[in-house]
Write a protein that binds this ligand. Sequence first.
Ligand code: FAD
Length: 367
Amino acid sequence: MKKIAIIGGGIVGTTAAFYLSKAEDFEITLYDEQTGQATSAAAGIIAPWLSKRRNKQWYKLAHEGASLYRQLAQDAKLDSNAYSKVGVFVNRNDETALNNLFSLAQERIQTAPEMEIVEKWNQQTISSKMPYLSEWAKPGIFVGGGSRVDGKHLITQLEAASNLTVKNEKANISVVNHEVMVNEEHYDSIFIAAGAFAKELIQPFGFELQLSPQKGQLIEIEDDSINVDDSMPIVMAEGLSELIPVGNHQLLIAATHENDAGFDLNPTQPEIDGLVNNAEITMPNLEGKISTMITNIRIGTRAYTDDFSPFMGTIPGFDNVWIANGLGSSGLTTGPITGKLVADDIMSASGFDGYTKPITNYLSGIE
Ligand SMILES: Cc1cc2nc3c(=O)[nH]c(=O)nc-3n(C[C@H](O)[C@H](O)[C@H](O)COP(=O)(O)OP(=O)(O)OC[C@H]3O[C@@H](n4cnc5c(N)ncnc54)[C@H](O)[C@@H]3O)c2cc1C
């Protein structure tokens, strides 16, 4: 049995643990401090196909990540609280922009059959499919293969489907004479999947990790007057917050992207008000009432790199220590494939060709 330590029980570390534990010849220890975890705060959308990002590695990762979900859902027996293919509706306020987006969607579906269907929805269709938006009802595009993921449910279910030891404690790394220890224990392989908190874990290797924290806040609302159920699509209204129906009369409004808040995990009124105001634009019938319907506020810390690209690989000079990070605001989409790629590389040195820029782009202090 080979001993593996995974540091970080977010979406990346937990998915890697799931795939490694299927191989049966590993003894896996997952260290997770849990504080500030992005994954358990996150709920959102898996629909990378309409993104205009030009980064080819990111699109490959996100597109394959979206299709991996179906297999993962089957293999780990995920329920609809964790993963559900409900479709996504994306609006554009300008007609030319809408037509351009429709063309992009039609082009992308040729190589991404998991998009399933691409349709233009007009005011009438929106009102019939999503009655709670009938007063707003701006035309947009529906992509049938888009999915809803709840990070907390996902990692709880992945952990339950894996054979591993979980230690809810802080992991420290020491490097003495090139030997790497985690909390003074030796492991054959180590995977650092520590999200926004990874910087201090990399320092013992003599590197500075180029990574910044981004605070995300999301609100949950519930009221009999919110006419939604969990089969309705996720809505990405241009310039506004995302609307994620999660149950009868239950809606999530997501999310803030705060680059100046460091690792703060407290709710802040101006940002909550921003989410509420955005939601009131799409649901004018609830004007003045949404802030009284808030049942929960979720807050987490995302990690992003200077070029907003995720990265993965082994630490230079240490071929038994892997790191993956910088998933930013699309980490629910790219997290499982990233965890799987690292698990595959640990098991069979399959590499990361085409999925990431060189890891050295994100490390400094290299001699
Ligand atoms: C509000 C919000 C909404 C989001 N919405 C979406 C969305 O709609 N679509 C999408 O694709 N993505 C979304 N994201 C982004 C996505 O959630 C993240 O990119 C992703 O979850 C990051 O996963 P991770 O495993 O890299 O890190 P994390 O989930 O942050 O996990 C890292 C874990 O490592 C632990 N850790 C760190 N250091 C140590 C240590 N020394 N010892 C032990 N444990 C340690 C931490 O406590 C944490 O639990 C959202 C994020 C937020 C916050």
